[in-house]
Structure formats: C-alpha cells, structure tokens
Design a protein around this ligand. Structure first.
Ligand code: 5GP
Length: 204
C-alpha cells in the first residue's frame, strides 16, 4: 500500500519568481507532478501550448467549467485561469505528490475543497522590487502591470493564511527553502500508514 499523494499549493505575486523557483526545485525533487493550468490569457512569446499552460478561448474554457472539469478556476486581472481536475486526482491516487501554482482566489478554493493541501507563499523582498521585476520582463502593458501590483498587495496581506513563507530575495536560498519544505512534509508522521508502523514494529 502506498500513501496518497500530498498536494502542494504555491502562491505569490506575478513576477515574484515562482516559475524560476519551481523549475530549479523540480529538477531536484522526484515524484512531484506539476499541474498544467488552462488559461484564456494571450500566449506570450516563447510559451508553448501544453507546457505550462493550455491556451483556450473563453468558449472552450466555459465548456470545461460546465463539465465540472476544474478543481478551481479564477479571474486574474481580466483573464481566466483554471486547474484541470482529472490529472490531479489521478496523480494523487497514484501516490504522486502534486504541485499547483495559483493566485490567491484559486488557492483559497483548493484549500476549502482539499483542506490537507500544504500552502506555500512566495513573497517579494519589497513591492518596489516586484515592480522592477515586472517591468524588467516586459511582458505586460502598463495597465496590466498596475493591476498585477494591486493584486500583489492583496495577496501579501493574506500571507498568514499560508503554512510556509519564502522570501525570494536570493534565488539559491529560495530554492533550498522550497525543496526543504517538500522534504519535511514528506517526512511528516501524519502520512504514515498503519501498515508501515506494523512493519517498523516487526523489525524491532
Ligand atoms: P501569469 O499570467 O503571470 O502566467 O499568471 C498570472 C497568475 O495566475 C499567477 O499568479 C499564477 O500563479 C496564476 N495561475 C496560474 N495558473 C493558475 C490556475 O490554474 N488557477 C489559478 N487560480 N491561478 C493560476
């Protein structure tokens, strides 16, 4: 018997470096399934359909909502984002741990539906630094940057809803902290199966 997978939710402002932390961490951590989200936002240069996102029209996105195909979905500064339900259910059943990257509204919905989810918040060192990073990547219009900054402020205000907080002031440190959280959670006694405890006892 294998334990069920652990669900990790990573949240943090746009531009805070979630993707970079995740990419670095995923190459160090095995048995971690990264969920590919659906979105109606415009595909940025270099983004590949089916890698980090499935890019859908609003109609196609609405169809998935109607079919109850999302674990959660949310509106983020005018675009829709959603987590496809089936691949996550399957991975958790297989005993694989799952990592979701969600904005705050979606993260709250997941926690409500699956209260055992482990919530990790990635914070910028300051909002000024976040603004500098958002402008530096030059993927959004000025209006979108302003909306993303306003949203970032709201997300930071909700930081106490999370189990863990990582301040991304130095990438190497942030990756190490992220990896340590996953490792520590995997060692938690709350996931021990009775059959494992019996086995320990036999070996005494
Ligand atoms: P971006 O447009 O910068 O790729 O993402 C914008 C925001 O949407 C980020 O905060 C990201 O974490 C969040 N996001 C990405 N995928 C999902 C999803 O499936 N559901 C929700 N609720 N948020 C998502």
């Amino acid at each position: 018997m294998k334990r069920k997978g652990i669900l990790f939710v990573m949240t943090g402002a746009s531009g805070v470096g979630k993707d970079t932390i995740m990419q670095a961490a995923l190459s160090n951590i095995d048995n971690l399934y990264f969920s590919i989200s659906a979105t109606t936002r415009e595909q940025r240069k270099g983004e590949v359909h089916g890698k980090k996102y499935y890019f859908y029209s609003r109609d196609d996105f609405d169809k998935i909502i109607e079919e109850d195909g999302f674990l959660e979905h949310a509106d983020y500064v005018g675009d829709y984002y959603g987590t496809p339900l089936k691949p996550i259910e399957d991975a958790l059943k297989r005993g694989e741990d799952v990592l979701l990257e969600l904005e705050l509204v979606g993260a709250r919905k997941v926690k409500e539906r699956l209260p055992d989810a482990i919530m990790i918040f990635i914070a910028p060192p300051t909002l000024v630094e976040l603004e500098r990073r958002l402008r530096g990547r030059a993927t959004d219009s000025e209006a979108k940057i302003q909306k993303r900054l306003a949203r970032a402020r709201k997300e930071i205000e909700a930081v106490r809803e999370f189990d863990y907080v990582i301040v991304n002031d130095m990438l190497g440190k942030a990756v190490k902290e992220f990896t340590s959280i996953i490792t520590a959670e995997r060692c938690s006694s709350k996931y021990l199966l009775d059959s494992q405890i019996k086995r320990f006892l036999k070996e005494l």
